[in-house]
Design a protein around this ligand. Sequence first.
Ligand SMILES: Cc1cc2nc3c(=O)[nH]c(=O)nc-3n(C[C@H](O)[C@H](O)[C@H](O)COP(=O)(O)OP(=O)(O)OC[C@H]3O[C@@H](n4cnc5c(N)ncnc54)[C@H](O)[C@@H]3O)c2cc1C
Length: 433
Amino acid sequence: MPLLAPIRSLGLRSSLRPAIRRLRPAVETSQICRYASTKHPKNFKPPTQDELEELRERTIEFTRREITHDVAQATDHKNEFPLDMWQKMGEAGLLGVTADEDYGGLSMGYQAHCVILEELSRASGSIGLSYAAHSQLCVNQLMLNGNEEQKAKYLPGLVSGERIGALAMSEHNAGSDVVSMKMTAKETDGGYLLNGTKMWITNGPDAHLIIVYAKTEPEAASKGITAFIVDTTEASGFSCARKLDKLGMRGSNTGEIVLDNVFVPTSNILGQINKGVRVLMEGLDLERLVLSAGPLGLMKASLDCTLPYVHERKQFGVPLATQQFIQGKLADMYTKYRASSAFTYSIARAVDESYTNPEIRTQDCAGAILYAAERATECGMDAIQCLGGMGYMNEMPAGRIMRDAKLYEIGAGTSEIRKMVIGRAFNREFGMR
Ligand SMILES: Cc1cc2nc3c(=O)[nH]c(=O)nc-3n(C[C@H](O)[C@H](O)[C@H](O)COP(=O)(O)OP(=O)(O)OC[C@H]3O[C@@H](n4cnc5c(N)ncnc54)[C@H](O)[C@@H]3O)c2cc1C
């Protein structure tokens, strides 16, 4: 099926999970390749293109059923996440794509994660963003850095959708320069007391489990940061000071969270003490890669709302789509989508297929999201322009798509920082720091 053909209504009401599971027959023990991948789940086998296409179809079925135009519009207009969506996504098997099957995950890797995030974001940018914060920033970070006990304790609830996950690095005065964070973690009997605030935390107002970065040795700067698993349901002193009112991604609940003498047991240190930057960096490249699928979905959404409109609406006696200025915009939107998609999926495929010794290039992961994010905002703007007056009306999705897309030039590191990261990666290859 051509990628941008209208979505077929498959009419299937069954949950995605059994269907996706059928896609991934259990690997015969004799076929299991023993390897030491630190980035993929146990027994990971890269998915075939057929499996990925089927996964895309199944995700589209899910979004057609559960994230309709009305749901996406209401999420944006009310600035409220539909909380029952977590359980629905969990039941459908969407929440643990990169997690071990032992914990309920799909063990399908990063291409699959991109496919799901792309299609969720196509239906609703903000539901896609909250999904990514949960399944990539929290679930995948736990997969990559958690010990067996932590994974067994926390992953099943996150994968089933019973519990909501988040990750908290940024603070008011520590965004791009995140290692200058001020939150402290002081050792006490059996654990640490965390004090400080974190800003702009996706899912912060709802999260049950947050991976929080804090300074265990403030004077050691970047070498004194530790990552902690904070169970907000057990953490007295934890609060969400406010839910933030945003330009876009409305309904992806973003909060300022406060930790006031929150006790975290030693068993909830993620990774090693004072090695939080390693945990942070471990996740960043893959986070940039997977998140680049959010703008892909928004570009597709721009085309979804623009193509039918300009073919139906007539001005000067002919459909808008026959005017060269409009054709030029459609061509730009489509080409930007296709180029961004090829970039993201080629990198995701390289990561999955090199699973025995994962090859993750910083400049590729940062480049994929840098490119896709800027193109998605442009596509959103073009969609508004093609729709004219209706593009400016909130009853149409074009404005929402443009507002949602802009976030990807800021969140998870800004475009400017991504360019610095790419430049520095080249510097390192030339032996410079
Ligand atoms: C909706 C939303 C959701 C978010 N979700 C999360 C989350 O779940 N968890 C989390 O921890 N954080 C989250 N963030 C925070 C996000 O990662 C930061 O906003 C981002 O890293 C930028 O930091 P800042 O806002 O402090 O901007 P600043 O660092 O103050 O930057 C302001 C401007 O200056 C530019 N700039 C900064 N330094 C340089 C430089 N050295 N050279 C050139 N230009 C520079 C930036 O590119 C930007 O254009 C979220 C943010 C938003 C808006």
